[in-house]
Design a protein around this ligand. Sequence first.
Ligand SMILES: Cc1ncc(COP(=O)(O)O)c(C=O)c1O
Length: 434
Amino acid sequence: MTATVTGLAVHGGPKVRTRPFPPRHLFGEEEKAAALRLFDDAIQTGGVFGYGGPEEEAYCREFSEALGGGFADMVNSGSSAVYVALRALDLEPYSEIVCPAITDPGGMMPIPLLGCIPVPADARPGSYNVGPDEVEACLSPRTAAILVAHIAGEPVDMDPILELARARGLPVVEDCAQAHGARYNGQPVGTLGDVAAFSTMSGKHHATAAQGGVVFTRREDLYWAARRASDRGKPFGLSGAAPAASSLASAATNVIAAHNLNGNDLAGAVGRVQLSKLDDIVRRRRAVAARIAQGLEICSRTVTAGWQPAGAEASYWFMRLHVEASRLTVAATAFAKAVAAEGIPLNPAYGAALQSHAPWFLEKRVFGTSHLPWSAPEYRAAGGDPQRTFACPNAISVIESDFNLSFHEGWGSTEIEDALAAIEKVEAALGKMV
Ligand SMILES: Cc1ncc(COP(=O)(O)O)c(C=O)c1O
């Protein structure tokens, strides 16, 4: 293909794609009917639908079955799921939790909200995800847990991280917010560590209506701890009531202070229908991603599908594309912006996900202006500096070289061809001559 710089849409030329990309059609008549059934029932009986009832229970059971067995607690968001999963571990304040540098704010903020210290591990070179060397470099005698996130639906290379954790007796939390249905060495993500968190807001692979989340574990003790942590410390899973302070207080049995982060039956009813579609959604996403990757091999010298570890079966919340800037006359970001300007949903900057450099983290803004938990005298930071910063050079580098193609399972041949054509056009104009 021949193309000139001035013919690029970013410089006022015609766009490759002028029509909007198709919407997802995530919710259909079945979800509507499931929600209406609850309203109909409430109207007929004069009752209400609530939380922890038959729909939420069935959703949790079906969610666990989809992961091959275990226990699920539905909560009200993915951020809450991360919070509850960590809280279930009953960590002491000021303990350090190794976490990803690249993640959603809701995947890291729960750590200081629990009074613990987030220690962002750099990304593995060429990936958004943490790698074992980067995690190991963050471990200290104060480390109490390792939190990983399968960003973009690409599984983290778990085996060496689980080995590190096992050797030190550390629990591993998997943040699967972006990775429903992804597998690693044949096993679903979320079943690899001790406890996992999922987001089921309406942008995710499957959704429990507008917002939602799930805590999943195969450890019954952590399940009950999660239930207590997500519902104001009610004594779920404990035999006998908590000792009452006085006979007057004998009705109060709450055993820990905790938020109300519960899911609910309406979300469960919608989520059950959605869950039945998840396998198909993931299968179709994989098929679209495979066609894009194959197309890139033919049409591009510059853009490739992002590297993934052996044994990874991604579920592609988005598709990470790597741009080889050495083959371009411009920076990779300028290339990505030019592709986006052709009408393609390519996010030219995932910098918003770099929590190690986010204002809230750098300025330690969690509890007023106290800088707690970092400023607490009880916190003795590894290396002696509670104010240390985390350069995370691999994370910065991958954010400058890799870009997110926001596709979905409804993409057909035209969308795939347009995305490839835009890349080919921009590359013809901005690629180095060979
Ligand atoms: C990796 C990760 N963790 C946590 C969250 C928070 O989930 P929610 O938006 O449902 O609170 C998200 C949201 O996209 C996420 O991508």
